[in-house]
Design a binder for this molecule. Structure first.
Ligand SMILES: *[C@@H]1O[C@H](CO)[C@@H](O)[C@H](O)[C@H]1NC(C)=O
Length: 473
């Protein structure tokens, strides 16, 4: 009634419409359907774990095709000097966007089911929470949104009370019957990818990619890009930051938020097992923080997400034992390697036994020592946050956790100290604004994480992770 997705049905012409309720039976049916279509396979070594292999042309966020549509360009990006391409994001005019939409969405869901996903960023009912509705023709997206967000009937009931919500429209852009065969049974339309944001009307329209940040619209599109605008209007902050709680041997607990671009160690830091005796780290979130000053003037943060969409390569019992323990059940893996005993493997894990056969992320036989990678560098696990052994007791707190310090970090090749502390708040803002990190596999290979970019200038970085600490006390 409230959320009929009627406009999207008229435009995209799906064959069926399925309003997602979020029950375990529904999720099981969706996964079974994905398995029948060859989009995922079950990993018998673990409990309710699945492996998806994408079309190799659809493996990461596509920043060059990610645009923000505002009336005035200046509302999206600083205007670059004549002849210079802005590196701070892409603006599209309303008329160009209208045209781009008309070239993509009409009839794009023909022959497919349109799923209507009511979802919540933050615990349902919390004052810091925001709601969304995503329509999508990808059941993989439904399965992943069920892990990454609170999804289904409780949110629908909230929407029926009349709360505001962000409208998200997503299509893989491959209507049926197909005009060309799919690669890896993974529908996508790489030539036509466009991920567009309309902050004025709180809308996201994403076309052509089924992958992660391009298709799970609650994540980067909503929780960072649209939320930054809502936050600006309402006086709070939507940041690309992990949140952790750290307790000293004396029992003093502080919460810290930390901003690094993707693949620079956010998830590993958020779940750190301290080497120092007596210290304890607990995880509130590994990617996004929504922060607001409370009536006492204390900065408080929530993790708007419900799961971890972490980079798999490099994650091991050595680097992140708690993540390893989190992903043994109810997890969807994408583009990792597969072992012949029905498990997963990626670079950074101990070599499997010599008699174990491996299949790489393309679905081809793979041998240890091969010149190609077994797992794509941006391969992912998508797992429920509640399964993390060190999830913080306050991680779903409605008022959020109090933040005492902010860390900025990134990959730096040379020339900067590993860790430094700002002299004061103004100095911290200045050096935070002048930081930059090397490109990561999370976006296109030559790109740089856009959200970090907003606060960054121009040093080329790589190698060690460097940190800047800002303390509020
Ligand atoms: C990681 O450690 C756990 C607990 O010791 C163990 O059960 C698991 O098999 C290990 N995983 C890998 C990939 O080595």
């Amino acid at each position: 009634r409230v959320v009929s997705g009627r406009g999207a049905v008229e435009e995209c012409k799906p064959t069926n419409v399925h309003v997602v309720t979020g029950t375990p039976e529904e999720t099981a049916n969706i996964l079974a359907g994905l398995e029948r279509d060859g989009m995922v396979k079950k990993l018998p070594k673990y409990e309710n774990c699945w492996l998806a292999r994408t079309d190799p042309k659809d493996v990461a966020r596509v920043e060059s095709k990610t645009v923000i549509v505002t009336k005035k360009k200046r509302d999206t990006i600083p205007i670059p000097a004549a002849g210079v391409k802005s590196q701070l994001g892409s603006w599209m005019s309303e008329s160009d966007w209208q045209k781009a939409r008309e070239e993509r969405f009409p009839g794009s869901m023909a022959g497919r089911t349109m799923y209507v996903i009511p979802f919540s960023m933050g615990p349902v009912g919390s004052a810091l929470t925001k709601y969304g509705v995503q329509v999508t023709d990808s059941p993989y997206v439904v399965a992943s949104m069920g892990i990454m967000t609170r999804m289904g009937t409780p949110v629908l009931n909230k929407l029926a009370e009349g709360v505001e919500f962000v409208r998200c429209q997503h299509s893989v852009g491959r209507p049926l019957p197909l005009k060309a065969p799919l690669v890896n049974s993974w529908p996508c339309n790489p030539e036509k990818v466009l991920i567009s944001h309309l902050p004025d009307t709180r809308q996201i329209l994403s076309f052509g990619s089924g992958y992660g940040g391009n298709s799970l619209l609650g994540k980067k599109c909503f929780a960072l890009r649209i939320a930054s605008r809502i936050a600006k209007d309402e006086g709070w902050l939507a940041e690309h930051m992990l949140i952790l709680g750290i307790t000293s041997p004396q029992g003093v607990k502080r919460y810290i938020a930390a901003a690094f671009p993707s693949a620079c160690g956010k998830t590993n830091l958020a779940m750190m097992k301290p080497a120092l005796p007596g210290w304890k780290v607990e995880c509130v979130g590994d990617d996004i923080a929504w922060m607001k000053f409370d009536s006492q003037g204390k900065l408080r943060a929530i993790n708007p997400e419900n799961g971890f969409f972490g980079v798999a390569p490099g994650t091991s019992n050595k680097t992140n034992p708690y993540a390893m323990a989190t992903i043994v059940k109810n997890t969807v893996f994408t583009n990792v390697g597969e072992t012949s005993d029905g498990g997963v493997w990626w670079e950074g894990l101990d070599p499997p036994p010599a008699d174990m056969a491996l299949t790489d992320w393309h679905g081809k036989t793979w041998k240890q020592g091969s010149s190609t990678l077994c797992a794509h560098p941006n391969s992912r696990f998508c797992a429920p946050a509640a399964q993390c052994p060190i999830i913080d007791p306050q991680w779903e707190s409605e008022e959020g956790v109090p933040i005492d310090a902010i860390i900025f970090g990134g990959r730096r090749p040379e020339g900067v100290p590993l860790v430094y502390e700002s002299l004061n708040w103004q100095h911290g803002v200045f050096i935070g604004a002048a930081m930059r990190s090397e490109a990561t596999a999370a976006a296109e290979h030559k790109g740089t994480d856009p959200h970090m970019f907003l606060r960054c200038s121009s040093v080329k970085l790589s190698g060690a992770v460097s940190l800047l600490l800002l303390f509020f006390t």
